[in-house]
Design a protein around this ligand. Structure first.
Ligand SMILES: Cc1cc2nc3c(=O)[nH]c(=O)nc-3n(C[C@H](O)[C@H](O)[C@H](O)COP(=O)(O)O)c2cc1C
Ligand code: SF4
Length: 528
């Protein structure tokens, strides 16, 4: 009798990072080579685990665990099969057990627990890896108890402002309104950030589940995911997952017989940085131009279409299911001070091992940059990093031991923000970077208030004069004055924080602003 031979399971990521590095061609080459040599392969298109320098990372399921090879190109596929890919055989591209790669092994993955492990749009796979346990628990709880669990976990908004999620939810829960909304901020406009994109592409169900829990908790029956237009792969994965969730009654009317109702759809932004600011986002979602609204009223009281609205970042909402599954204490046990849980840090720019590192708060920049990141890609010394996107301060080496903690960062006028870290080596020109911050603000300003709209352009001019050595003492005083005005007089954090990178460059790297007088060797600007 012929025993049926089991197919070999091979994983090739389908997310935009891996695809941009050739994952689709690698997947096609694997299918073709397997057919040619008569091997039955089940090809699963998982998502990146966040080790971008190894993409496309091909994994094969073996009795010992998942064995990885990377970075794989289509021309490597024949030799991979020839050296025993199907049983994890040795090959020059062998990475051995993927879970044992130190970059992954030394992380604390809560929000990204499934990233790269599951088929992102397969609901059964999601459920087999603890998916929907959080919502199942929430459906059996009183709404107030769900909100209490989120508050007790210490979860703070991961979009930048670090506002406690539970308090925001409580405000919406107590607000008057027939209709309430959950809005997910997936605009992710900060330079060097990609964690939201990785959730949308790599584990969309966790976001859907988090939003549904939020809806049940505050009494909102409709949700929108506002996604930046540069994320078509995320849009596709989210829509596939939403369709599957509706089909299995995890969305829609009477969810799993609970009597709770939640509808969800994805809306694409048109690509303006200011549309990540929550009130601009709401304007855009309502079909208007993305302009910042005056506050109060807060969106929690009068948000989308004038109704009480929870607006949270992708990572904030995607962190909720594990809190409802494992309990607030479990989540709270990670972190330091008032910064509880984990932060998915994104290493970008001039870094050898760029990618996603989810660590408990408290980790130092030095650990992230050297233990995980492996130092600058150029091999030169790291001179500075910009943490928290284009409005974040430039942090010098002397502060690399600072623990990742909202309060510790704020004390030094630094920002954790959305956890993006852009790395620059010693060839960076900090005067150019400071000018770029003002230029960015001028380009992206919504134009509603004067300090931001006009101040940013004047800021560029003053920096130009300062660098040219035109009355430098006077120009520096003028620049600091202008920064004070923008800090104090801007309506939103775009104009209100753009001075932070400028001032940090000026304070930590004054020599870069004195080029004309000191005849320095010209430095090369590294794009952020
Ligand atoms: C100019 C500007 C851009 C912003 N961009 C984003 C963004 O892309 N994504 C995001 O989640 N929050 C962004 N924010 C923060 C949001 O206004 C808001 O604080 C956040 O969506 C609230 O969610 P959270 O509490 O979960 O962080 C931005 C704020 C400003 C001022
Ligand atoms: S600070 Fe800039 S972006 Fe914000 S409201 Fe004022 S003009 Fe608009």
């Amino acid at each position: 009798m012929n025993a049926t031979k089991k197919a070999v399971t091979i994983y090739v990521p389908r997310d935009s990072t891996a695809v941009s590095l050739g994952a689709d061609e690698v997947a096609a080459a694997i299918t073709a080579e397997a057919a040619r040599i008569g091997i039955d392969v089940e090809l699963i298109r998982n998502s990146s685990r966040g080790m971008f320098w190894l993409e496309p990372l091909v994994e094969v399921a073996t009795d010992a665990g998942r064995i990885g090879y990377g970075p794989v190109q289509p021309e490597d596929v024949a030799s991979l099969f020839a050296t025993g890919l199907t049983h994890g055989g040795e090959h020059p591209l062998s990475l051995h057990l993927v879970e044992e790669i130190s970059y992954l092994k030394n992380q604390e993955r809560l929000t990204f627990a499934r990233a790269g492990i599951t088929d992102p749009v397969n609901l059964a796979d999601y459920r087999a890896h603890d998916g929907y346990k959080g919502l199942s628990n929430a459906l059996a709880m009183e709404p107030a108890a769900i909100i209490a669990a989120v508050t007790d976990s210490g979860l703070r908004g991961r979009g930048g402002a670090a506002f406690p999620a539970g308090i925001k939810w409580k405000t919406v829960s107590g607000a008057e309104g027939e209709q309430k909304y959950i809005v997910c901020n997936g605009d992710e406009g900060d330079s060097g950030t990609f964690a939201d994109r990785m959730v949308c592409e790599g584990d969309p169900f966790v976001l859907i589940e988090g939003m549904t829990i939020a809806g049940v908790a505050v009494g909102a029956t409709r949700g929108y995911i506002y996604l930046r237009c540069e994320y078509p792969y995320g849009e596709r994965a989210l829509n596939e997952a939403i369709k599957a969730a509706y089909a299995a009654n995890w969305l829609g009317a009477n969810i799993q017989g609970s009597g709770k109702h939640f509808d969800l759809e994805v809306r694409m932004g048109a690509g303006a940085y200011i549309c990540g600011e929550e009130t601009s986002l709401l304007e855009s979602l309502e079909g208007k131009r993305g302009m910042v609204r005056f506050k109060p009223p807060l969106p929690a009281i009068k948000g989308l279409f004038g109704c009480p609205t929870v607006i949270n970042n992708v990572i904030t909402l995607a962190s909720v299911p594990i809190i409802l599954d494992k309990g607030s204490e479990h989540y709270k046990n990670f972190g330091v001070g008032r910064s509880r849980g984990t932060l998915p840090v994104q290493l970008a720019g001039n870094i050898k091992h760029g990618g996603l590192v989810e660590k408990a708060f408290g980790v130092s920049l030095r650990d992230l940059l050297y233990t995980f990141g492996g130092g600058a890609l150029s091999g030169r010394p790291i001179r500075t990093v910009q943490v928290g996107g284009p409005l974040g301060a430039y942090i010098p080496d002397s502060q690399f031991d600072l623990p990742l903690d909202y309060e510790a960062y704020a004390k030094l006028n630094n920002m954790v923000g959305h956890g993006g870290i852009t790395v620059f080596d010693d060839t960076v020109d900090m005067a150019e970077q400071a000018r770029f911050s003002m230029e960015f603000c001028a380009t992206e300003s919504c134009g509603k208030c004067t300090p931001c709209r006009i101040g940013s352009t004047r800021g560029m001019e003053v920096i130009d004069r300062l660098v040219a050595g035109d009355q430098p003492v006077k120009q520096e005083a003028l620049l600091r004055d202008l920064c004070d005005t923008m800090l104090a007089g801007s309506l939103c954090a775009l104009g209100g924080m753009a001075p932070f990178p400028v001032l940090s460059a000026l304070n930590h790297f004054p020599e870069d602003f004195q080029k004309s007088s000191q005849q320095q060797t010209p430095r090369v600007r590294v794009a952020s």
